[in-house]
Design a protein around this ligand. Structure first.
Ligand SMILES: Nc1ncnc2c1ncn2[C@@H]1O[C@H](COP(=O)(O)OP(=O)(O)OP(=O)(O)O)[C@@H](O)[C@H]1O
Ligand SMILES: [Mg+2]
Length: 263
């Protein structure tokens, strides 16, 4: 099986990109898939959630260094940390903050992440890249590398406008970087809090009427945040909860896992 290459992206902040990366990744790992998560955000929320250390630009290879200077397969491997069975991560590092500025004038600036992650292709079944909320050269790198994009959204009116901008950016980038555009796996609607107000119902309905399929619906649950505070994925923290099941349903509906693993 070829490694799936997914960017989790939405320039809108706080829509659960990191949470989706963590718990979808945990769900795939629990299903026996070797899964690599990549924290492409200098904030390092995914790294913190997994309770692994950041990489240190002085003395260690980091993703930003690898993208700027190039790296060998061994150096690429040296960035990977194991969290638990089948679950691996390339942690964040502070030099990700200056990466966009430093990449800006580099040649083939959108292709740098591809050069790095292709060195690890053979070792994993799935790779999920957690992007920061931006549409800039670093997120362009994620889109250039990715063969699919999964878009976390929340039930907020600005989610719809954000999507138009995001889809426009993917098209522009594909033309500029001369790549086949990644396909859309679809939308994951997060922090669903029923009963809806009339307003939220309207936005929710509008999200379902977009040309992108809704592949996941995740309710607002304290267990989601609790798992993160304990350094665990929901599949490890509360495998029998309704929200763990909903992440499994997402994994099936978005095409990562076969039907039979749905509950
Ligand atoms: N289903 C859920 N139930 C409860 N809390 C949730 C749920 N999903 C996400 N959250 C909380 O919402 C907040 C934002 O989520 P998260 O950090 O994943 O968003 P993000 O899109 O990665 O943000 P950023 O744009 O800053 O990177 C976090 O505090 C997270 O714990
Ligand atoms: Mg995040």
């Amino acid at each position: 099986m070829e490694m799936t290459r997914d960017a989790l992206l939405n320039q809108k902040g706080g829509v659960a990109k990191t949470t989706t990366t963590l718990h979808l990744g945990g769900t795939l790992a629990a299903a026996g898939r070797r899964t690599l998560l990549v924290d492409l955000d200098g904030q390092g929320n995914l790294t913190t959630a997994l309770k692994v250390d950041r990489l240190h630009p002085q003395g260690e290879m980091t993703l930003a260094r690898a993208m700027l200077e190039g790296c060998t397969r061994e150096q690429a491997r040296s960035m990977v940390r194991q969290h638990s069975e089948n679950l691996f991560v390339i942690p964040s590092a502070l030099d990700l903050f200056t990466l966009p500025r430093n990449l800006y004038s580099a040649r083939s600036s959108e292709h740098r992440l591809t050069w790095v992650l292709e060195l690890l292709e053979e070792e994993f079944d799935h790779c999920l890249v957690d992007c920061r909320p931006a549409l800039e050269v670093d997120t362009d790198n994620a889109l250039t590398w990715a063969t699919a994009v999964l878009i976390p959204v929340d039930v907020d009116e600005f989610s719809i406008e954000a999507l138009e901008l995001l889809i426009g950016q993917v098209q522009t980038l594909a033309t500029e970087a001369r790549i086949d555009p990644p396909r859309y796996r679809g939308l994951v609607i997060n922090r669903i809090d029923r009963p809806f107000s009339g307003f939220h119902q309207k936005v929710y309905d509008a999200l379902h009427q977009l040309p992108l399929p809704v592949v996941g619906e995740i309710p607002l649950r304290t267990a989601v945040a609790e798992a993160k505070n304990k350094g665990k994925t929901i599949a490890q923290y509360e495998p029998r909860s309704d929200v763990a099941r909903m992440y499994r349903d997402l994994a099936v509906k978005a095409g990562y896992l076969p039907e039979t693993t749905a509950s």
